[in-house]
Ligand binder design. Sequence first.
Ligand code: GDP
Length: 290
Amino acid sequence: MLLRVRPFPSFPPLSTSRFSASTHATTAASSPTTPAPPPPPQPAPPLVETALFIPPGVAQDEVSMDMVLPGSNIVIGPYAGDAKVKSVEFVKSSAKAKDCPRDPLGRPEFAVLGRSNVGKSSLINSLVRKKEVALTSKKPGKTQLINHFLINKSWYLVDLPGYGFAHAPRSAKTDWSAFTKGYFLNRDSLVSALLLVDSSVPPQQIDLDCANWLGRNNIGFTFVFTKCDKVRASKGKRSDDNLKKFQDLISDHYQEPPPWIMTSSVTGLGRDDLLLHMSQLRNYWDQEVV
Ligand code: GDP
């Protein structure tokens, strides 16, 4: 039984609206003054009728479909800005949360986490366009490290240890928070977490547990679905079903669902859009929160 968590944390202040992409698109296309043309072929139905993530600075009634990032529920608002990654510097590996770098400038950071093998290293490398920035240890029992990378000398990307190793003892599978919890509960400069979810496998309880823990602790996060190139590529595997099931679970458990976005480190799907989304959270944080 899943825990019912509080609505998405109040930072950044969120509102969501029930929104059917297909209904909206149909309404926008019809015109009262011209005779109705023959109906065009029906587009594929949206992956799921979803609730939108409306960022700070956008009123719910201003939202139109062209403001929604493709393959996501994320509306882009006025805080979105330059999202290009121009430089990346490795700063530090920390074996304990308390050893994480303290930035005198208070530059904001995003933490990336997910199950082992979810595609975390690949996504980080794709975001910064470097082949081997993130090299995580794949074996349970190896030292787990928190890795800080400084992007454009202005914000941090933080690579957190993976959780739920397939061959680890149960305690190591579920106790992700023993190490990572300390980080989340003591990181004033954290803007948001990116919680990676593998779209090529059915929803996993451990991912939902992780999301619920973040929600209960008022830590804002974005669901980042990885390996979405497999959605159509894998016949019979039905990764699109996995996404839909996961999104149904999200809408069952959140009154105001967190933002989500589909990505692939193989095709680059969602890469620039995710960076744009991060830019609006970051700029809001820079301008309004600190
Ligand atoms: P990590 O353990 O979470 O850091 O995962 P990795 O980035 O090492 O990826 C685990 C496996 O998934 C590797 O075999 C990757 O090649 C594969 N993988 C990662 N991202 C993608 C993706 O976007 N699409 C596909 N098809 N495979 C991926």
